[in-house]
Design a protein around this ligand. Structure first.
Ligand code: CXF
Ligand code: ZN
Length: 374
């Protein structure tokens, strides 16, 4: 079948809107009619050539839609089901899934391959040229063939144009505070980066009862939003790490925050230094942002790290148990206890996808842009 999609042909080029050809879903796959997709910073990393991703490719990995057709052997989904698509699939039976770490599922080995789980492709250009999948779900397309293992079913009354953000950013940010570390009542939290992910780390900390939530960002506009999501204090990052950390110390009785989160993933020397140096001795720094693949290392002093007995942790998808946690987060959202609408600064058409990336590069325009297909 034909589908309108946004294609990235080469790094640093604009995405091109074209009709592509999609093969029917194979065993264990779904054909999904996309309702909406968020635009995540990871897509920008690919555009910038930061990660080893085969091109041309159809980007987008934060989508939600309606099942149009199911492949052979699919039992969990039927035509008409509403689904959120996750940027990771989980098989449910590898050792990582059994260890309760579906975010580390063995299927992740194929994540950047550009192929589906069986190593083949379902998409090509109208002229028959090779196209790569992205994270198995390529959501910048009216229709997409996806693994059923990348889909989470939701009720028909859940607004797909909002909860699509749970497929990546919202769950990642929320999970960083909720699943990766368990922020608790009275804790102090430092969140460096108040974008689509960081705002969710802030709201998870607030929901968990943190008493002090300090948001740091280079853009004042983001800090206004951070307050709405539960930040108690805000600091403008003026690129003076010592001064920013000094302000964090002033706000935390001179000791630092129990948890420091780096939620940027770009120019990480500065943001990680703030998060790490702003973490209390014995505390934990969580690195959520995924940086350029060839970033050499992180600015963590091997003098300070042991002397102050700090922990530095990475997290993927917030360490969420996503097949279980996403329905829970949908429930919180539907009960009005989790903010998602407020993350969405603008809705765009697929044709406006490059504007979405321009606004992301500007940094101060929107926390999240959502492309709507219907
Ligand atoms: C990323 C994490 C690193 C691999 C690609 C996807 N997550 C979502 O944005
Ligand atoms: Zn993402």
């Amino acid at each position: 079948m034909k589908s309108k999609a946004a294609i990235l042909y080469e790094p640093n080029a604009p995405l091109v809107i074209e009709e592509i050809e999609i093969d029917p879903p194979q065993a264990g796959e779904l054909l999904v009619k996309m309702s909406a997709t968020g635009i995540c910073h990871s897509d920008l990393h690919v555009i910038q050539g930061d990660w080893p991703v085969p091109m041309p490719t159809v980007l987008g990995h934060e989508g939600a839609g309606v099942v149009e057709q199911v492949g052979e052997g699919v039992t969990r989904f039927n035509k008409g089901d509403h689904v959120i698509l996750t940027f990771l699939p989980a098989c449910g039976h590898c050792q990582w899934c059994h260890r309760g770490k579906p975010n580390l599922c063995d299927l992740g080995a194929l994540l950047l391959s550009g192929k589906m789980l069986d190593g083949s492709s379902r998409i090509k250009t109208a002229g028959g040229g090779e196209l790569n999948h992205w994270l198995f779900i390529s959501t910048f397309s009216e229709y997409s063939v996806v693994p059923e293992l990348s889909a989470v079913k939701v009720a028909g009354d859940v607004p797909l144009e909002k909860v699509c953000l749970l497929g990546c950013g919202a769950t990642t940010g929320f999970g960083a505070a909720w699943r990766t570390v368990q922020v608790g009542p009275g804790d102090s939290v430092l969140v460096v980066g108040a974008g689509g992910l960081g705002l969710n780390t802030i709201q998870a900390a607030a929901i968990s009862g943190a008493s002090k939530i300090i948001a740091v960002d280079i853009h004042e506009e983001k800090l206004v939003l951070a307050k709405k999501f539960g930040a108690t204090h805000t600091i403008v990052n003026n690129h003076d790490v010592t001064a920013v950390v000094g302000q964090v110390m002033e706000l935390t009785e001179g000791v630092g925050a129990d948890y420091g989160f780096e939620v940027v993933g770009e120019d990480t020397d500065e943001t990680i230094a703030i998060a790490f140096n702003g973490t209390v001795k014995g505390g934990t720094t969580v690195i959520v942002g995924v940086a350029k693949a060839d970033t050499p290392g992180i600015p963590v002093s091997p003098f300070v790290l042991p002397l102050f007995a700090k922990t530095v942790k990475g997290t993927l998808f917030g360490n969420a148990q996503f097949q279980y946690d996403i329905p829970k987060l949908v429930g919180l959202y539907m009960e009005g206890k989790m903010k998602i609408d407020e993350l969405i600064g603008q809705e765009l058409t697929l044709e406006q996808v490059n504007k979405g990336f321009d606004d992301m590069r500007a940094g101060n325009k929107v926390a999240r842009s959502v492309i709507r297909f219907d």
